[in-house]
Design a protein around this ligand. Structure first.
Ligand SMILES: Nc1ncnc2c1ncn2[C@@H]1O[C@H](COP(=O)(O)OP(=O)(O)OP(=O)(O)O)[C@@H](O)[C@H]1O
Ligand SMILES: [Mg+2]
Length: 361
C-alpha cells in the first residue's frame, strides 16, 4: 500500500521527535549514572551542556547505524540508482535517459518531493544537451557535405588535367572549375568563421555614426560588374540617413542581401533598393528583386544554417546557405528586424528595419 506524501512527512517528523526523545533520555540517564558513580554534583550549566552534547552524539550514532542497515542501504541505493545511471549515461554522451521511475515513485506529476526538482532538472538538462548534440551532429554533417562536393570537383578536374592530350580550351575550362570550387571552399570557411565569431559570447561590435545611404550605394557600386554583366536594371532610391552601428558588420548585411538578389535574378531583371526613414525614428531598407522567388515553405527556413530553397538548381547558383543566417545574426545584434516576402517566379522583397541609434552590447 502506498502512503500519501503528507502522511509520510508526518510519520517522518514523528520518528525524528521520538529519536530525539530517546537520545536525550539516554543522555540524561547516562550522565546521571556517571555523576552518581563518581559521586560528583556538577553545576546545572555543565549538566545541561553535557546532556545536550551526549544527546546529539547518541542521535548521530543512531542515524549512522540506521543508514548501515542493509535493508535501508538497499532502499537508498535502489532509489538513487536510476539517477546515478542517468548521470553516467550523460557523461558518456548518451542523453536518451529515462527517469520515469521517479515519476511513478513520487505519484506522478509535479509534487513537493525533495527529489522531484532534481529529477526535473536532470531530465530538462538531458533534453537540452540532447538537442545540442543533435544540432552539433547536423552541423558537422552539413559542413562535411559542403566541403566534400567542391573537393570532389577539384580532385576530379585536377586528375583530368594530368591527361597530356587535352586541348587548350578544355584545360582552361577545367582550371576555371578548379578556381571556382576553390573560391567556394574559401568562402565557406570564411562564412563559418564569421558565424562562429558572431555567435560567440563577445562578438566584435564597434559602434560608430555613419551615413547608411552612402554605405548601401558604395556596396551596390562595388557589385556593378556582377549586375551589369546580367544586364540587371538597378533602381536606387536612398534618402539621406545617418545610423550608429557597426559599419563592417552592416557591410556584410548589404553585401549578402544584394548578392542574393543578383544571384537569384535572371538576366534583364530588376533590383530596386530603397532606404527611408519611417515617422517613428525607424530606418527602413528594402531590397526588391524580380528573381526566381521562393515558396512559403522555404521562407520558414531561410535563416537556418545551410538552408537552400531549391536544392536541385542550387549547384547552378552556388553558395552554402550561410549568407542569410549571418545577416539575421548581425541585425539581431543591432536590435533590428528582417522580413522577407517572396513569390515563386515573381521575385523577393527583403525589408530591414533598424533603429538609428544603438545601445552598446
Ligand atoms: N533574393 C532571393 N531570391 C530567391 N531566393 C533567395 C533569395 N535570397 C535567398 N534566397 C534563398 O534562400 C536561400 C538561403 O540564402 P543564403 O543567402 O543564406 O544562402 P546562399 O545564397 O545559398 O549561400 P551563401 O549566401 O552562403 O553564399 C538561398 O539558397 C535561396 O534559395
Ligand atoms: Mg546568399
Amino acid at each position: 500500500m502506498k502512503l500519501p506524501e503528507w502522511l509520510k512527512r508526518i510519520f517522518g517528523f514523528l520518528a525524528v521527535i521520538i529519536a530525539l526523545f530517546i537520545s536525550w533520555s539516554c543522555a540524561y540517564w547516562l550522565t546521571g549514572y556517571v555523576y552518581g558513580r563518581f559521586d560528583v554534583v556538577p553545576h546545572e550549566f555543565i549538566r545541561q551542556v553535557s546532556n545536550s552534547l551526549l544527546g546529539f552524539f547518541i542521535f548521530g550514532c543512531g542515524v549512522y547505524l540506521i543508514t548501515r542497515i542493509p535493508w535501508v542501504r538497499a532502499r537508498q541505493e535502489k532509489f538513487l540508482h536510476p539517477l546515478i545511471n542517468a548521470m553516467k549515461m550523460m557523461a558518456e554522451g548518451n542523453f536518451n535517459i529515462d527517469l520515469s521511475f521517479y515519476t511513478q515513485q513520487m505519484g506522478g506529476g509535479r509534487n513537493e518531493h525533495p527529489y522531484s526538482r532534481i529529477v526535473e532538472s536532470i531530465t530538462e538538462m538531458a533534453e537540452k544537451l540532447g538537442k545540442m548534440e543533435e544540432m552539433r551532429q547536423e552541423f558537422i554533417s552539413n559542413v562535411s557535405h559542403e566541403i566534400q562536393s567542391p573537393l570532389t570537383s577539384i580532385m576530379g578536374f585536377a586528375h583530368a588535367l594530368k591527361n597530356e592530350n587535352l586541348g587548350h580550351d578544355e584545360r582552361k575550362h577545367y582550371l576555371d572549375i578548379i578556381e571556382t570550387e576553390s573560391i567556394r571552399l574559401s568562402r565557406l570557411s570564411d562564412n563559418l568563421l564569421k558565424l562562429t565569431s558572431l555567435e560567440s559570447e563577445h562578438p566584435p561590435f564597434e559602434l560608430k555614426e555613419y551615413r547608411l545611404d552612402h554605405q548601401i550605394r558604395r556596396i551596390i557600386l562595388a557589385n556593378e560588374p556582377q549586375w551589369s554583366e546580367k544586364e540587371i536594371n538597378m533602381e536606387i532610391d536612398l534618402e539621406h540617413l545617418s545610423i550608429t552601428a557597426d559599419q563592417d558588420l552592416m557591410d556584410q548585411v548589404w553585401i549578402n542581401l544584394i548578392h542574393n538578389s543578383i544571384k537569384f535574378t535572371p538576366e534583364k531583371g530588376t533590383i530596386a533598393v530603397e532606404a527611408f526613414k519611417k515617422e517613428d525614428d525607424l530606418l527602413i531598407v528594402e531590397i526588391k528583386d524580380t528573381g526566381i522567388g521562393m515558396n512559403q515553405e522555404a521562407l520558414l527556413h531561410i535563416f537556418e544554417r545551410f538552408y537552400k530553397a531549391d536544392q536541385s538548381r542550387h549547384r547552378k547558383y552556388g553558395g552554402s546557405g550561410l549568407g542569410l543566417p549571418i545577416v539575421k545574426k548581425i541585425i539581431d545584434l543591432h536590435n533590428g528586424s528582417i522580413h522577407v516576402e517572396s513569390e515563386p517566379g515573381k521575385g523577393t522583397k527583403v525589408t530591414v528595419e533598424l533603429k538609428p541609434r544603438q545601445l552598446s552590447i
